[in-house]
Structures are given as structure tokens and as C-alpha cells.
Design a protein around this ligand. Structure first.
Ligand SMILES: [Zn+2]
Length: 214
């Protein structure tokens, strides 16, 4: 890490155009299969295979808050990826796999993805989660200062074992907020790194910076 915690985006740009990450962007909420508002969460989903019914664990789905509802919907990008996963399962004869966006290294990736998804829709005292890019990024917006944002960003190349996230603060004045527009903006945008956190440190760091959550 540099001595100064003010980052020079040209020297440190984790947001270089990365189509695969943009493909994985999922809206935090959409419609549940029952018609109510569905919130992004993870679920085990049955899948029809040539060799019988298989199960894919930790699939990102939209599900409403009703305990009894099981009418989840699949985000389009997830539905497309499930087709590839079904093919892979038929080739390998697997009956159960954990959802991942890429073949290989599924465990670490699925773990990271589930970790980021658990923040979806959280409201801390001072900020609320506005976007989750599964396995990659969690964006929060201040509840008192709408142009103030916080970002947890997975650090793929951090030179230490384990899973690390940079914790970043930035000011963004555009109305609305989308991941793709953020990626464009971040190429010249001003990002201040508050710290680099291991997965175990993230929860405490968010609470100490942003207050308790419900
Ligand atoms: Zn529902």
C-alpha cells in the first residue's frame, strides 16, 4: 500500500474495463416470481439434467420477503450461466455443484460471492447498500449526504494469502447510480482508500465507519 491514502487512479485502477465483472452486475432488487418485490439472495436451485435432477447451490436469485414464497426468479445473466453449468454437470456427471461465474476455482469464488451478497439491502446508521456486484463489489451510499459513497472492492492481486477487499470512499454527483457508469467515471474519478481489509475484518470495519445495521 502507498504511504498516502489518497490514491492516484492512474497508478491504481482496479476498475479497468472488465467485461466479465460488468456481466456479473445484478440489480439489488427485481421482481419475485409471485409478483412482489424480490431481493437478491442465494438459493439452491434444482436443474434438469440428462442424468436426472441436479442441484446448484448458492445461485443468485430474486426472492420476496415472504417466508412461505418459493417463486424466485433468476436474473438473466444467472439463467444464461446456469445453461453452461448444466452442460458442465452433464459432462462430469455431477449431481450437485456450487454456482460460480467461471469454470474452475469454484469454491473460493462461490464463498466470496455469497459473502458479498449477504450485504444486499443492508441499512447501516449512516449509509445503505445500493449495489452488489457478486464476488466483486459492494457499494453504499450515505443516508445524509447523497453524493457520498463507500465501496468494498475485491482485491484480486493483493499480494498476500486470503481474500482482501479495499474499502474506498468517493463522491459521485450523477443522479442514480449504475455499475457501468461508475466504471467509466472511476477511470478519472477520485477514490480515497480508507483501508485494505481481510474478509474477517469487513463486518467490524463497516460498523465502526457507518454505525450498526439492521
Ligand atoms: Zn415471492
Amino acid at each position: 500500500m502507498p504511504d498516502s491514502n489518497i490514491l492516484n487512479p492512474s497508478a491504481f485502477n482496479p476498475y479497468a474495463p472488465d467485461q466479465s465483472a460488468a456481466d456479473q452486475y445484478l440489480d439489488p432488487s427485481d421482481t419475485c416470481g409471485c409478483g412482489d418485490t424480490g431481493y437478491l439472495t442465494v438459493k439452491t436451485v434444482p436443474i434438469d439434467l440428462a442424468h436426472g435432477v441436479g442441484y446448484v447451490k448458492k445461485v443468485p436469485v430474486y426472492l420476496c420477503r415472504s417466508q412461505s414464497c418459493n417463486d424466485f426468479t433468476l436474473p438473466q445473466a444467472v439463467a444464461r450461466r446456469l445453461e453452461d453449468i448444466a452442460e458442465e454437470m452433464e459432462k462430469s456427471g455431477a449431481e450437485e455443484v456450487v454456482f460460480s461465474w467461471f469454470s474452475g476455482d469454484a469454491t473460493a469464488q462461490a464463498h466470496r460471492q455469497a459473502f458479498t451478497l449477504q450485504f444486499n439491502c443492508r441499512e447501516y446508521e449512516d449509509a445503505r447498500v445500493v449495489l452488489v456486484v457478486p464476488g466483486q463489489a459492494v457499494f453504499l451510499q450515505s443516508t445524509t449526504e447523497p453524493s457520498e459513497y463507500y465501496l468494498l472492492h475485491y482485491e484480486e492481486n493483493y499480494n498476500t494469502e486470503g481474500t482482501w477487499f479495499s474499502f474506498i470512499k468517493f463522491y459521485y454527483d450523477e443522479p442514480g447510480f449504475s455499475y457501468e457508469e461508475f466504471l467509466d467515471w472511476a477511470e478519472d474519478g477520485y477514490l480515497k482508500e480508507l483501508g485494505c481489509l481481510s474478509m474477517d475484518e469487513v463486518e467490524d470495519a463497516l460498523v465502526s465507519e457507518l454505525g450498526e445495521w439492521e
